[in-house]
Design a protein around this ligand. Structure first.
Ligand SMILES: [Ca+2]
Ligand SMILES: [Ca+2]
Length: 282
């Protein structure tokens, strides 16, 4: 599932590497979404965003199996995030719904994404490939709520291929894609209701389930693992893919064209010791 380690685990972006050695792949990550579709990106259809959304991440109760299915009682009890689609080519386009849920255990952050999708497509199977060009979901996150301009990116396509990195901003510029950084122990599984890469028919959708060991978030400050009441800043995103897709996200970045790398607009996630499904949990 993941490529070979290329750098020391304590070197989030390979600080020993010269900037001149940044690879083409890293540059793609560096420049973000507008690079892939240029002027063909859709424009904004929602009003400007206001307050940041907040989500309480409850504790796993009976257990999560990372199998690409969201049928566990814990997932059914977890609160739903409905991603918004701030940008469309045509306001009359029906929105392709995306639902996400988050839970945690002492070891892992769990996320499940359920994506309605009439045209499911992905071909990239190499770790750290340009998954953001395909049908892909993402989490951008930092445990250090006091410094949102350094954060982790996990971008997973419908095949379960992962692009993982750490990225840094300085003086208003995003400095590095940092895709040479590799997470450890991440589990991803997907299920597809439809026909992958066959767009002669219409598909129903797909589910991606991921468990990220908290130890992967240890480089940027904040408390690892989190404790009750700890706040992270994060966003959940969905890329449009190559065929009639839509860019969606939890906390609206507010940009005129699709752009997810706006950390000051990341939502607020609060960890709770409350077990999901507990009687007083709603
Ligand atoms: Ca499952
Ligand atoms: Ca990586």
């Amino acid at each position: 599932m993941r490529g070979a380690r290329r750098r020391r685990p304590d070197s989030p972006i390979g600080r020993d590497a010269s900037p001149r050695l940044v690879t083409a792949a890293a540059l793609l990550v560096l420049t973000g979404l507008p690079l892939q579709a240029g002027d063909n990106l859709p424009g904004r259809v929602l009003p400007a965003p206001s307050e940041l959304p907040s989500y309480t991440i409850e504790r796993v109760s009976s257990g999560i199996t990372v199998d690409g299915r969201a049928d566990e009682p814990d997932w059914k009890a977890a609160a739903v995030i409905e991603l918004i689609v701030p940008w469309l080519h045509d306001e009359a386009e029906p929105v392709q719904a995306t639902e996400a849920r988050m839970l945690w255990s002492p070891e892992d952050l769990f996320i499940v994404y359920k994506c309605a999708d009439p045209f499911i497509g992905a071909e990239i199977v190499e770790h750290d490939g340009a998954t953001y060009l395909e049908d892909t979901v993402e989490i951008f996150a930092t445990p250090n709520a006091d410094d949102v301009y350094n954060y982790y990116g996990y971008e997973m396509n419908v095949l379960g291929t992962l692009l993982d990195y750490v990225t840094f901003w300085r003086d208003g510029e995003r400095l590095s894609g940092g895709s040479g950084w590799q997470s450890e122990g991440v589990r991803i599984a997907t299920t597809i209701d439809g026909t992958l890469n066959d767009h002669s028919d219409k598909d129903s959708g797909w589910i991606l389930e991921i468990a990220i060991p908290f130890d992967n978030f240890r480089h940027l400050g904040g408390r690892i693992p989190p404790r009750d009441g700890d706040r992270w800043r994060l966003n959940l995103n969905r890329c449009a893919g190559r065929t009639a897709g839509q860019y969606a996200m939890w906390s609206d970045s507010g940009t005129p064209k699709p752009q997810f790398h706006v950390p000051e607009r990341f939502g607020v996630a609060v960890f709770s010791e409350r077990a999901t499904g507990a009687a007083d949990s709603r």
